[in-house]
Write a protein that binds this ligand. Structure first.
Ligand code: 5AD
Ligand code: SF4
Length: 446
């Protein structure tokens, strides 16, 4: 039989990127090789995001294009199976096959270890919708990547925690990804070791609330993320550890101490605050005030003075006044973010925020987002310029645009371009940062 090909398209967050890799690994065991052309694929899998309305709508326009492609292939006597995975799959389930009848199967983020069975049912002519939360542990049932699995590059993601119990009133995640689940230490360490064997030098631990991760360690005690970082730092060949996304309420002392004590733990922290107004933070159900957040950052900076702070912001949450928004601008100035993501509030059906009166007009959201992003860009530029003259260890990740150039990431997650003809991808080399252009840095090898 000719080898079958799979095209995977990933929307949304880094956890979806990780999930797509794991699904690709499990499909490799079923004889599928990846292709980057959907029209060439026997199986097209789209891994979807439901976080904001725009993201969810993209899925249906993509499915329209795929329906036409599937019809063209059918005219040539070839088949193409179409699968929808991820958070839209979880949230909309059957509705997807109703709206897009070309779809053969729908599989939620908690069930994708059942992908091989789903494919068998599809080839037997069935339509499959698998969005029930699985009772079995998904991670335990996912096969380890085969020895000859595709290379992962220098930097890889590793999901350690999934789901969320926080119920921020704007967010669909607790409904699409379910309640918080932590993977056990042994499983995480084994996966990290396998990644390092395959050439990975930097691992980013993923979780919707990654710093809420907890698991029993070898000593029988309950570990937190700080202890897990210590354990992973012991793996030979693993040079850098990162983690994302964190909740301010789960930033415990041992994790803060790890930032002080572990050179492998990179000085970068994505710690979303969403708003700088106590009134809005309360309406968002964030469980902390602006002052508590700032005090926390002060403690983190005492442990690791050069840490780069990153965050997420939402403008135009229902009831947000001009004064509330100005408090958010004040928060940005008080923290001095090195990078940030900012969004207009998007009403998500089924979340408490959708029921609130006093929705903010679209034009006001746009205007506030513009002002916020101007300020954030200014801080980002200032942070990057502050890096000029620093000497750092640079992990080389991929070829640059020009001959002889290699691109890596600074400890603070900025892309760094260096001329390094005698070095190789995967090497860590000492460099001096000589120039900053918005968020990109240029360096000279030392
Ligand atoms: N509207 C706008 N932004 C949202 N986010 C989550 N839900 C919404 C929503 N309904 C943002 C938050 C979160 C990030 C991943 O996406 O800032 O931290
Ligand atoms: Fe969503 Fe809040 Fe949970 Fe983050 S902490 S995933 S924003 S509910």
């Amino acid at each position: 039989m000719a080898p079958r090909k799979v095209f995977v398209k990933t929307y949304g967050c880094q956890m979806n990127v990780y999930d797509s890799e794991r699904m690709t690994d499990s499909l490799a065991r079923e004889g599928y090789t990846p292709t980057d052309r959907p029209d060439d694929a026997d199986l097209v899998l789209i891994n979807t995001c439901h976080i904001r309305e725009r993201a969810a709508e993209k899925v249906y326009s993509e499915l329209g294009r795929l329906r036409d492609m599937k019809a063209e292939r059918a005219a040539e006597g070839r088949t193409m199976a179409i699968g929808v995975a991820g958070c839209v799959a979880q949230a909309e389930g059957e509705e997807i096959v109703r709206r897009a009848p070309a779809v053969d199967f729908v599989i939620g983020p908690q069930t994708y270890h059942r992908l091989p069975q789903a494919l068998k049912r599809v080839s037997a002519g069935e339509r499959v919708v698998e969005t029930e939360y699985a009772v079995e542990d998904k991670f335990a049932h996912l096969p380890a990547p085969a020895k000859d699995a595709p290379k992962r590059g220098v930097s890889a993601f590793l999901t350690v925690q999934e789901g969320c119990d926080k119920f921020c009133t704007f967010c669909v995640v607790p409904y699409t990804r379910g309640s918080e689940v932590s993977r056990p230490v042994g499983q995480i360490v084994a996966e990290a070791e396998r990644l390092v064997e395959r050439g990975v030098r930097e691992i980013t631990l993923l979780g919707q609330n990654v710093n809420a991760w907890h698991g029993k360690g070898a000593d029988g005690r309950e570990w937190g993320l700080g202890e897990l970082c210590h354990r992973l730092a012991n793996i030979d060949g693993l040079e850098r550890i990162r983690y994302t996304t964190s909740h301010p309420r789960d930033m415990d002392d041992s994790l803060i101490a790890a930032h002080r004590d572990l050179p492998e733990l990179m000085p970068y922290l994505h710690l979303p605050v969403q708003s700088g107004s106590d009134r809005i933070l309360k309406a968002m159900n964030r469980h902390h005030t602006a002052r508590e957040y700032l005090d926390l950052i002060e403690r983190i900076r005492t442990a690791r003075p050069d840490i780069a702070m990153s965050g997420d912001f939402i403008v135009g949450f229902p009831g947000e006044s001009e004064a509330d928004f100005e408090a958010t601008l004040g928060m940005v100035d008080a923290v001095g973010y090195a990078s940030a993501f900012s969004f207009k509030y998007s009403t998500r059906p089924g979340t408490p925020g959708a029921e609130l009166a006093d929705q903010v007009p679209e034009a006001v959201k746009s205007e506030r987002l513009q002002r916020l992003q101007t300020k954030l860009a200014e801080h980002q530029r200032r942070f990057a310029e502050g890096c000029v003259g620093k000497r750092i260890d640079l992990l080389l990740e991929k070829p640059g645009r020009h001959e002889g150039q290699i691109v890596g990431r600074s400890p603070w997650l900025q892309p760094v371009v260096v001329e390094a003809r005698s070095s190789r991808i995967g090497d860590t080399i000492p460099v001096e940062i000589v120039r900053a252009v918005s968020n990109s840095l240029f360096a000279e090898a030392l």
